[in-house]
Design a protein. Structure first.
Ligand code: BGC
Length: 406
C-alpha cells in the first residue's frame, strides 16, 4: 500500500479539469502552420506530430476517461486551420465536429472551456505575415464570427488566445534563428514587442465580438506566468524583467471575465550592472524532463502575482503540470502546487478552477519526449493507459483529502 500525498479541499463549484490543445493530440493537422514548420527542416523540431494521439477520432474515449475519474471540466482547443483551411473557405463539417465535442462533453457532465487559438494557425494566415500583418485581427475575428454553432452549443468559458506572451517569445526566437534550448537554461527570451501588441489588439477585438454574440459566456485569455522571484534587493529588477514577458499581458486582461494562469516553474531574477538577469537553474537542482526546475509552489506565486495586478479578476488555473516519467513525482508535484494554490485562496484571492496540464501524453511542440499526461498513450495502437495520477487528482477534485492506492 502506498499512501498518496494529500491535497486540501477547495471551494464549492470549483472547476476541476484537465487541459489539452488540438494540435498536440488530434493528429494530421495538415493545413496548419505548425504542420508545415514540422516538415521544413527547422532546428526547433526533432520529429513531426503525425497522428499525434488520434484524439480527433478518439475524443469520446478521452472524455469518458476524464469524467470517469471524477473531473467536472475539460479544456480543449478548436483548430482554426481545420475550420478555415483556405482563406474564407469555412468547413461546415469541422464546425460540426467541434460542436459535437461540446455537446459530447456536456452530455457526459463535463463543462467545456474552449480555447480558440492554441499556438497554431492556418498556414495561409502565417504565410501572409501572421499576427503583425495588416488585417490579421479582422481575419481572426471573421473566424470567431463563424464558429457560433460551436460556442452556442453550451460553452460557458471561452479562452481567446493561449499564451500570447509565449507566441511573442517564439516570434522573437524565430527572428533570431534560436532553438528551444533557450527555455532550459533558466529565464525566458524577450518577447517580440510588435507581435505582443498585435495579440493584445486581437484579444480585445475578439472579446468585443464574443460579448456581443455570446452574452452568457465568460471570456478571458490564458498566460504563461512563471513565478518570478527577486533575489534580495533585486525587487525592481525582477519587476522590470517580468514586465515585457508577463505583466503587460496580465494588464491587457483588465475587463475580462477571468484570467488564465499557466505555471510550471519559477525564475529567479537578480541584478548585474543595473540590469535584470535571470539566474541559471543551479546544477544540483531537481529538474523535470523539459529541464525546468522542479518547484511546485510556483503556482501559488504566479496566482498571487496575477491577483496583485488585477485584484478584481477571478483567476482560473488553465495549466499546471510536470513532464516526468515518474508518476509518483507527478502526484507529489501536483499536491505541492495545490497546497500553494489553496493558501492563496485562503488569503482571499478568488480562484475559480484548476485544469491540469495535461490529460494525455502528447506532442510537446517538436517532440514526444516530455510526458506531461495523466494518461499514457501507445502511439502505434493509440491504446490509452491511465496513470495513478488520473485517479488521484480525480479523487482530489471530488473532495477526498487523502488517497490510498494499492
Ligand atoms: C502550452 C502547452 C505546452 C505546455 C508544456 C504551455 O506552454 O500551452 O501547449 O505543452 O506549456 O510545455
Amino acid at each position: 500500500m502506498t499512501v498518496r500525498p494529500s491535497a486540501p479541499a477547495f471551494p464549492e463549484g470549483f472547476l476541476w479539469g484537465a487541459s489539452t490543445a488540438a494540435h498536440q493530440i488530434e493528429g494530421n493537422n495538415t493545413a496548419s502552420d505548425w504542420w508545415h514548420f514540422e516538415h521544413s527542416g527547422s532546428g526547433f523540431v526533432s520529429e513531426p506530430s503525425g497522428d499525434a494521439v488520434d484524439s480527433f477520432h478518439r475524443w469520446p474515449e478521452d472524455m469518458d476517461l476524464l469524467v470517469g475519474a471524477g473531473f467536472t471540466d475539460y479544456r480543449f482547443s478548436i483548430e482554426w486551420a481545420r475550420i478555415e483551411p483556405a482563406p474564407g473557405e469555412f468547413s461546415a463539417a469541422m464546425i460540426e465536429h467541434y460542436r459535437a465535442m461540446v455537446q459530447g462533453a456536456l452530455r457526459r457532465g463535463l463543462r467545456p472551456l474552449v480555447t480558440l487559438h492554441h499556438f497554431t494557425a492556418p498556414l495561409w494566415f502565417t504565410a501572409r505575415g501572421g499576427w503583425t500583418a495588416e488585417g490579421a485581427t479582422e481575419l481572426f475575428v471573421r473566424y470567431l464570427d463563424r464558429i457560433a454553432p460551436i460556442l452556442d452549443a453550451g460553452v460557458e468559458h471561452i479562452c481567446t488566445i493561449n499564451e500570447p506572451n509565449m507566441v511573442a517569445i517564439m516570434a522573437s526566437l524565430r527572428k533570431q534563428g534560436a532553438g528551444t534550448d533557450a527555455f532550459t537554461t533558466g529565464g525566458l527570451p524577450t518577447p517580440d514587442l510588435e507581435t505582443g501588441e498585435a495579440l493584445i489588439r486581437a484579444h480585445h477585438a475578439a472579446r468585443q465580438l464574443l460579448r456581443a454574440k455570446h452574452p452568457g459566456a465568460k471570456i478571458g485569455w490564458s498566460l504563461s506566468l512563471q513565478d518570478v522571484q527577486a533575489e534580495p534587493g533585486a525587487e525592481a529588477a525582477a519587476a522590470e524583467y517580468a514586465r515585457p514577458r508577463q505583466t503587460v499581458f496580465v494588464e491587457a486582461a483588465a475587463g475580462d471575465d477571468w484570467i488564465g494562469v499557466q505555471t510550471y516553474t519559477r525564475i529567479v531574477v537578480g541584478e548585474d550592472d543595473g540590469a535584470p538577469v535571470a539566474r541559471p537553474v543551479p546544477d544540483d537542482a531537481q529538474r523535470t524532463i523539459t529541464g525546468w526546475e522542479y518547484y511546485p509552489p510556483a503556482l501559488g506565486g504566479a496566482v498571487r502575482e496575477a491577483a496583485r495586478v488585477l485584484p478584481d479578476t477571478p483567476v482560473i488555473v488553465t495549466e499546471n503540470g510536470i513532464a516526468t516519467s515518474d508518476d509518483d513525482e507527478r502526484i507529489e508535484y501536483t499536491a505541492g502546487a495545490l497546497q500553494s494554490l489553496k493558501s492563496a485562496i485562503d488569503d482571499g484571492i478568488r480562484v475559480d478552477g484548476y485544469f491540469h496540464w495535461t490529460l494525455l501524453d502528447n506532442y510537446e511542440w517538436g517532440h514526444y519526449g516530455p510526458t506531461f499526461g495523466l494518461i499514457a498513450v501507445d502511439r502505434q495502437t493509440f491504446v490509452r493507459t491511465p496513470k495513478p495520477s488520473l485517479a488521484w487528482l480525480g479523487a482530489v477534485s471530488r473532495g477526498a483529502d487523502e488517497i490510498v492506492a494499492a
